[in-house]
Design a protein around this ligand. Structure first.
Ligand code: SUG
Length: 434
């Protein structure tokens, strides 16, 4: 029996903007205050989904989370009607305003951590929604994420609410987790990556803790012998790798990473190799990129490791790498991809323009959550959220008709902009609920 990685993306919302809110995220900080183009951002996301779906990969689409988040205004002390709360935020607290409008839920690699049914003691495909407590704007995502995943996943899939425990349990989901396996329905090997503990980064706050990783492994009932923990290298966090998927990627038996992605990892990596070999009867393929080939700084600016790796529907083909256009424009990064393709690690490399997402620090891999499913589970995904040519067309039309082409939070002073944003979001929710 096979196991297929379903790709779940969330549409970029009409209030996508550059708030500079991403903790330890250089692109987010560099673009803070620039005017965004939500319409282009959403279309770029849809273009990527189309490229992936056309490879024969199952693609699920979620609607943007509703913004502004009027409940959040209330919880931080703004009262009155929705319009009054919004006006108070505009007048007195830019960070709260910006957080309430953030489209950051589009980066669904941070939505949840996932294990396949075959991986865990309960025999149930399991997801733990990430609490995202490291940043103000992302901490408002989990409740809607939970509801959306419940609705869009097959009925047998277990979606668990986010971890409790505040900063000590801070969790950013699949961006800090790698499932090594194969296309067979055989238990995978789980590698969790955390950033806290000694040695600590000098300049930035690690967003994922070891305690959170361990709690998720327990919740899912993962087998301890199949579960490993790696510490992010503090230099990588300081260089702007605010998530592991900025300096490492994985797919089935392939693990790609920068030589400075992990701290003191040799023994754990050797144990992972051994486990993989025992389980799958062949070696894990570990591809290490040295600093000489590509510096940490350039890994962060080109986002090579944030490429999305997918197995095409034509199973005779090697996986396809879907990289950000920035990689093609970067000589060294591009050379590495060419070498990987020459050596048949990938049957093709496709480059996609995601400039609007990249400016917030999100590449192709940030924009998707992988959920490994059996064909039976896949057949139970609600039709309304599955990518199809006609759904793609409908969503594009709504976005072209309703999304602003320029946006900054202060634009919401204008009541007609607010009403357009709200209309756009509800039209998309309707289109995706069948
Ligand atoms: O959490 N950016 C996101 C980017 C997330 C990328 N995800 C992965 N690497 N998987 C973040 O920092 C930018 C928001 C702003 O600039 O206002 C932001 O939230």
């Amino acid at each position: 029996m096979t196991l297929i990685e379903v790709q779940v993306d969330r549409l970029v919302g009409p209030t996508h903007h550059f708030g500079g809110l991403g903790v330890g995220n250089l692109a987010s900080q560099q673009h803070a205050g620039q005017i965004s183009n939500p319409q282009a951002a959403a279309l770029q996301g849809l273009d990527k989904m189309k490229r992936v779906a056309q490879l024969g990969v199952p693609q699920v689409i979620l609607a943007p989370q509703p913004r502004p988040d009027f409940e959040f205004f209330k919880r931080v002390g703004f009262d009155g009607t929705e319009t009054e709360r919004l006006r108070q935020a505009i007048q007195s607290d830019f960070r709260v305003l910006s957080a309430s409008l953030s489209s950051s839920a589009m980066w669904v690699a941070n939505a949840a951590t996932v294990s396949a049914a075959v991986d865990n003691r309960y025999g149930v495909t399991s997801l733990t929604v990430a609490n995202l407590v490291a940043s103000l704007h992302r901490s408002i995502e989990p409740d809607v994420t939970y509801a959306d995943l419940r609705q869009s996943m097959p009925p047998g899939v277990k979606v668990m609410p986010h971890l409790f425990g505040g900063a000590e349990m801070r969790d950013e989901g699949a961006a800090n987790h790698m499932r090594l396996g194969s296309s067979q329905n055989i238990a995978g090997i789980h590698v969790f990556v955390y950033g806290d503990g000694s040695p600590a980064p000098q300049q930035r706050w690690p967003r994922q803790t070891r305690a959170a990783c361990q709690a998720i492994a327990r919740q899912h009932g993962l087998h301890p012998a199949d579960t490993f923990y790696l510490k992010q290298h503090p230099d990588a966090i300081d260089a702007g790798a605010f998530h592991n998927d900025v300096v490492a990627a994985s797919h089935h038996d392939l693990m790609l990473y920068h030589e400075r992605a992990f701290h003191n990892a040799d023994a754990t990596l050797a144990a992972i190799d051994q486990r993989y070999q025992q389980r799958f009867g062949r070696p894990l393929r570990r591809e290490v990129v040295t600093s000489e080939q590509l510096s940490l700084d350039d890994s962060v600016s080109a986002y090579l490791f944030n490429s999305q790796i997918v197995s095409p529907g034509d199973t005779s083909r090697a996986p396809v790498l879907v990289g950000p256009a920035q990689v093609r424009r970067h000589d060294q990064a591009n050379r590495i991809v060419t070498d990987w393709c020459d050596r048949q690690l990938f049957s093709a490399a496709i480059f996609v323009d995601l400039d609007q997402s990249m400016a917030g620090g999100g590449g192709p891999a940030c924009l998707r959550l992988r959920v490994p499913m059996t064909p039976v589970e896949m057949s139970q995904i609600p039709e309304s959220v599955r990518w199809s040519e006609s759904l793609d067309q409908r969503l594009r039309q709504i976005i072209q008709e309703t999304y602003p082409t320029e946006f900054a939070p202060a634009h919401l002073i204008d009541a007609s902009t607010l009403s357009k944003v709200i209309k756009a979001q509800s039209a998309l929710r309707d289109a995706l609920s069948g």
